[in-house]
Design a protein around this ligand. Structure first.
Ligand code: LMR
Length: 329
């Protein structure tokens, strides 16, 4: 009897132990770009703010530069619980939702401000939940910027791209975009792009100024056309079960911290779009071509039929809402 009483007392003690003694919740955040980029800085800001405001309760480990996973494997890793957060580019969710393809349609958004307005619209916000049935939860959009196209020959008109091999992200829209140019698109992980350009496995690529600069693509491409023809932005994504299972107060604080980390990522994106572009021009190792209005119109004319091809998958309402964001009301 006495032993039973002691046993019960011990059990009671264990279960009443203060939560502070529990192991902190670990969030592993995996991504593919350098630390000195919009996404890299956003992830580090998230970690820093969590350390400050949720010390002892949550720890964040950030793994940049494809150290842990490329963007194809990262989605599986999220479901398996190997990591808890990632932020693949919006071009890489094809397999899980067709709706996010809207962000890949060429020449859809006039500029990053229009992208911002769309992401903050009710249609844009609803897309955060477009992979719910697959077990993923979109937490936030982060900007990177508009894409520029490059090769070892000047690309002034769309016909200049004919027959060239271009590295693309995992995206059917981008595949169709390069087919419209009569070029050969090749889906490839981000970590392989520099080598592929250097060794001639591909002739060209499209990416943002910050990725082109931080991964040194400008050193292995002779010409960049300032085309601003498309977008690379991100979806900060988590495992829905993990997120919904967090204690309410911790989840609320993490959501607030994400708002602040988003501001850091987006502020960095705007700075880098200008600064990294300038540094590339100043390097003198490549040439940045400014396209005339007529040249840009020609690229738009060739690429825009891609919209029609994907309209049913994406939804006309979503495309219309994105287009509406180009106009400042
Ligand atoms: C790419 O693969 O080119 C980009 O999605 C990389 C990134 O995360 O910005």
């Amino acid at each position: 009897m006495r032993n039973l009483a002691i046993g019960l007392a011990l059990v009671a003690l264990i279960f009443s132990a203060p939560v502070a003694n529990a192991d902190p919740i670990k969030i592993k955040f995996s991504h593919v770009v350098a630390e000195n980029t919009p996404k890299g800085k956003g992830a580090l800001a998230f970690k820093r703010l969590v350390e400050k405001r949720l010390a002892g309760k949550v720890v964040v480990e950030v793994y940049p530069n494809s150290q842990l996973f490329d963007d194809k494997k990262v989605m599986q890793a999220l479901l398996l619980g190997d990591i808890q957060m990632a932020a693949p580019s919006l071009s890489k969710f094809n397999k899980f939702t067709r709706k996010l393809q809207v962000f890949d349609l060429p020449f859809l958004f006039d500029d990053i401000d229009a992208v911002d307005r769309f992401q903050n619209s009710s249609t844009g916000k609803a897309l955060l939940d477009s992979m719910k049935s697959k077990g993923y939860k979109g937490l936030a959009y982060w900007h990177n910027g508009m894409k520029q196209i490059s090769a070892n020959k000047p690309l002034r008109m769309p016909t200049d791209a004919k027959g060239l091999k271009f590295r693309i992200q995992q995206s059917d829209v981008l595949e169709a975009q390069f087919r419209a140019l009569k070029a050969n698109p090749q889906k490839m992980a981000f970590s392989e792009v520099y080598n592929a350009l250097q060794t001639g496995v591909v002739d060209g690529q499209e990416n943002t100024w910050s990725n082109i600069y931080s991964k040194k693509f400008f050193e292995v491409q002779k010409y960049f056309s300032e085309s601003n023809h498309g977008l690379i932005d991100y979806l900060v994504v988590t495992n829905a079960k993990f997120w919904d299972g967090l204690p309410g107060d911790i989840r609320t604080e993490l959501e607030q911290i994400l708002v602040e980390a988003t501001a850091v990522a987006n502020g960095t994106a705007r700075q880098k779009a200008d600064n990294d572009r300038r540094k590339i021009i100043e390097s003198g190792v490549t040439q940045v071509l400014t396209l005339s209005k007529d040249e840009l119109a020609a690229w738009r004319r060739v690429m825009q039929p891609v919209w029609q091809k994907f309209e049913r998958q994406i939804g006309k309402d979503v495309i219309d809402a994105a287009l509406a964001a180009n106009k400042v009301s």
